[in-house]
Design a protein around this ligand. Structure first.
Ligand SMILES: Cc1cc2nc3c(=O)[nH]c(=O)nc-3n(C[C@H](O)[C@H](O)[C@H](O)COP(=O)(O)OP(=O)(O)OC[C@H]3O[C@@H](n4cnc5c(N)ncnc54)[C@H](O)[C@@H]3O)c2cc1C
Length: 432
């Protein structure tokens, strides 16, 4: 593998090529924020990501349920950073890190670093049953969302041409495993598509007869919300026609459905996994101490103990807030960590005093249930129903990147609010 530090690639090199080199791995919420906050630092940055785009994961479920198209919620990283002169973007997958040689090995090239920021996020965990993954895809990337959308819409197409009533019922059964925000959002959206969007579109089936089943291992959905909001979400979902199985664990997933821990079997065409997450393998790259889901335990300045020049941000980091509670794996936390690490690095390269230890500020919790219902908790304030949904919509539109995306998403939501229609229902059958 050629050793290339892009900023020192040629004798001429770009201006400032002798400056400290910061390698940031991951252009999600945390890595991107760190990168942007270093715009004025006297450092050269190389941002590495295995994908060429930044994805707004909170709206992935809308791609999976045909409300939005991938391009509405994802943007090319290069385009986002085109004006930031001290950044070079490389699309490559990091495979290994040599902390002694201070070298990052990737699928394409190797990089040397002075400072390393690992912001590689998390992915779904099947609790040791990775063999379930092909049958119950999780939702993390654009490709996951389009695959779930394909399976969901294909089920209706197949049910339309199948004559066997039992098989038809199986095709029209959808199971979502995990009752956190993603599971609740998926269940609500599936129910709306089946009950409203598609109800006049078929001749031999009535999509309103679909079963949407949400399976949750704990006693209530949305466990991070106060019980009153969980119960509100549960009532709303049931009113939309979704079935909810609480205190129920899935014991098996296969091509024809799921098995539950009470011995029941649910024959289903489409399964979605929203039950668990595990951090990226960053901990194994640097042999760092990690928690049970693989998040690296970091010092109060988010560096890795024993490696003062390596920092972890976002879902890959295990860090507590001022009250000793684990900082949650959500976008605002990742952004706050990214900004904080940038301030530490900027202070070091600028010869300034180090900032105070990282302190997480929790802004609130939001989850949408359907076209006009959401639950919101902002400190003592709790919102539900249409007011909650308007708040949720405003926040998500505000945080989307680019005027075009904000406009398109707002227009799409307004349109589907009025008509129940979803524009991104495009699938096909691959040639044999
Ligand atoms: C379906 C879903 C819904 C969510 N909804 C919400 C919500 O409503 N509100 C909220 O606040 N949070 C939500 N989250 C959580 C939020 O998206 C994450 O907390 C946030 O994305 C974490 O940011 P991050 O920078 O740590 O990682 P990510 O944003 O996941 O970014 C990690 C990046 O690292 C790259 N990467 C990973 N491994 C490698 C490698 N080996 N080499 C190179 N690149 C690599 C990936 O391609 C990715 O771009 C949701 C997450 C999901 C999956």
């Amino acid at each position: 593998m050629p050793l290339i530090n892009p900023w020192r690639r040629s004798a001429e090199g770009p201006p400032g090529s002798q400056r400290p080199h910061v390698v940031i791995v991951g252009a999600g919420f945390g890595g991107l924020q760190a990168c942007k906050e270093l715009a004025k630092a006297a450092a050269d940055i190389t941002l590495v990501d295995a994908r060429n785009h930044h994805c707004f994961q909170p709206l992935l479920y809308q791609v999976a349920t045909a409300a939005l198209s991938p391009g509405d919620i994802a943007w090319p990283i290069r385009a986002m950073l085109r004006r930031q002169q001290n950044v070079e973007v490389i699309m490559a997958r990091v495979t290994e890190i040599d902390t002694t040689a201070r070298r990052v090995h990737t699928s394409e090239i190797d990089l040397t670093y002075d400072y390393l920021v690992l912001a590689t996020g998390a992915t779904h965990s099947y609790f040791g049953r990775d063999d379930w993954a092909p049958f119950a895809p999780g939702l993390k990337h654009i490709a996951d969302a389009t695959e779930i959308r394909r399976r969901f819409l294909l089920a209706f197409e197949r049910a339309e041409v199948v004559v066997d009533a039992v098989e038809q019922a199986r095709l029209l059964t959808f199971v979502i495993i995990g009752g956190g925000a993603t599971g609740v959002e998926m269940a609500g959206a599936f129910a709306e598509v089946a009950r409203q969007t598609l109800r006049h579109d078929f001749r031999h089936i009535d999509p309103r007869n679909s079963r949407i089943i949400l399976v949750e291992g704990g006693p209530r959905v949305l466990p991070v919300f106060p019980p009153a909001l969980s119960h509100y979400a549960e009532r709303s979902l049931r009113a939309m026609g979704a079935e909810i199985e609480l205190n129920r664990m899935v014991t098996g997933c296969d091509a024809r459905g799921v098995s539950l821990d009470d011995g029941r079997r649910i024959e289903a065409s489409t399964l979605v996994w929203a039950a668990g997450v595990v951090a990226s393998p960053a901990a194994s790259w640097i042999a760092a101490e990690h928690d049970r889901v693989g998040r690296i335990k970091v010092a109060s300045n988010l560096s890795v103990p024993g490696y003062p020049d390596i920092f972890i941000v976002g879902d890959a980091a295990a860090v507590d807030d001022a009250d000793g509670r684990p900082v949650p794996g959500i976008a605002p936390a990742a952004k706050q960590m990214g900004a904080y690490v940038a301030s530490v690095i900027a202070a070091r390269v600028g010869g300034r005093q180090a900032p105070a230890p990282f302190a997480y500020r929790h802004l609130g919790d939001l989850a949408t249930i359907g076209r006009k219902s959401a639950v919101v908790k902002l400190g003592p304030l709790q919102l539900t129903g249409l007011i909650g949904w308007l708040f949720w919509s405003g926040v998500h539109i505000y945080f989307l990147i680019g005027v075009r995306n904000r406009f398109v998403v707002a227009l799409n939501w307004l349109w589907s609010y009025v008509t129940f229609q979803r524009g991104a229902r495009l699938i096909g059958i691959a040639p044999k």
